[in-house]
Design a protein around this ligand. Structure first.
Ligand SMILES: CC(=O)SCCNC(=O)CCNC(=O)[C@H](O)C(C)(C)COP(=O)(O)OP(=O)(O)OC[C@H]1O[C@@H](n2cnc3c(N)ncnc32)[C@H](O)[C@@H]1OP(=O)(O)O
Length: 281
């Protein structure tokens, strides 16, 4: 079972700039907890995402020596991937592909077809440089724009990514629209059809729906979940309604209740929760 903690997602939509040293202190604390991966920053246009403009400087301040966590950075084009790959410390590059044409344009100023070409390039770059590409399928459970969506359409996208050699796909409910039955169906279909691909669940959810969504993911075969402490975050590019991430503390509770031993350091997690209050005040 893998938990991916996403301070990047928690921070990126904040209008007030979070000081570089504060970002680094928070991420350093998260690195002590024992998460599989920390999605710590992004190498994207500072005009598109001003909060993340200091990702390289943050990275310089991270203490990775004592951490078992891997680092993931989001990139939205080849240039961002080249920048991220300057840093040996980054294991995973994450790219936001979308099932929604509108969201793909809003988020990366590209059509889905163009974005798939970027995925192909990034996958090649990752193979050459020994990194792993995580492709997020955003609006993976429906979209607010009235565009076509179905579980079959998700499977079609997964098929295209499989052809490109992508090994990790995070099915993302960008706006928190998914109900448990749909989550279970989408995961089940894809985990059964592509056993060699690791599927992640990146859900946005109000607190009261977290348990049912995570349990639906578990039933569908998901063993990789994204979360953010306190449920902060939400994609500012989706605009219409910002629903926060799955709160990590709730995610941990549900997974433990379902019998998973996550091997987390509770004390360090408690410290991270305290620090989060200060960072996101
Ligand atoms: C669901 C999620 O939460 S995903 C994560 C959240 N979303 C994001 O981070 C969105 C990121 N999106 C982007 O960065 C942008 O949409 C882009 C760069 C992919 C495409 O935007 P475009 O405007 O088409 O890019 P274009 O190539 O024309 O460049 C525009 C400007 O950005 C700069 N830029 C482009 N790519 C990068 C990059 N990787 N790093 C830094 N700057 C960049 C260019 O230099 C240019 O700057 P200028 O206007 O000063 O000359």
């Amino acid at each position: 079972m893998k938990i991916i903690e996403c301070p990047r997602d928690a921070m990126q939509g904040r209008e007030v700039f979070i000081d570089t040293a504060i970002k680094a202190a928070y991420i350093n604390q998260l690195l002590n907890v024992g998460f599989d991966t920390v999605d710590f920053g992004s190498f994207v246009s500072p005009k598109a995402m001003p909060q993340m403009r200091d990702t390289a400087e943050v990275l310089d301040l991270l203490d990775l020596f004592h951490s078992k966590s891997k680092l993931l950075a989001i990139v939205a084009n080849v240039r961002g991937a080249e920048d991220a790959m300057q840093f040996e410390e980054i294991d995973y590059l994450g790219f936001p592909l979308s099932i929604s044409e509108t969201f793909q344009q809003r988020n990366t100023n590209k059509s889905i077809q163009e974005a798939l070409e970027v995925v192909a390039n990034l996958q090649n770059m990752c193979e050459v440089k020994g990194r792993t590409l995580v492709t997020y399928l955003s609006m993976g459970f429906g979209n607010p724009y009235g565009e076509p969506f179905s579980a079959d359409l998700v499977a079609e996208f997964v098929g295209k990514l499989d052809e490109l050699g992508v090994k990790v796909i995070a099915l993302s409910d960008t706006i928190g629209a998914a109900d448990p039955a749909l989550i279970e169906e989408v995961f089940k279909t894809n985990t059964q059809a592509y056993p060699e691909i690791e599927f992640g669940g990146h859900f946005h959810s109000r607190a009261e729906h977290i348990a049912e969504k995570v349990e639906a993911g578990l039933r569908g075969g998901c063993r990789r979940f994204d979360g953010a402490i306190n449920g902060f975050g939400g994609c500012p590019m989706a605009k219409d309604e910002l629903v926060g991430n799955v709160a990590t503390e709730a995610l941990i509770e549900v997974l433990e209740k379902n019998g998973y031993d996550l091997g987390m350091n509770q004390e360090e997690f408690g410290e991270a929760m305290k620090l989060a209050k200060f960072v996101f005040q």
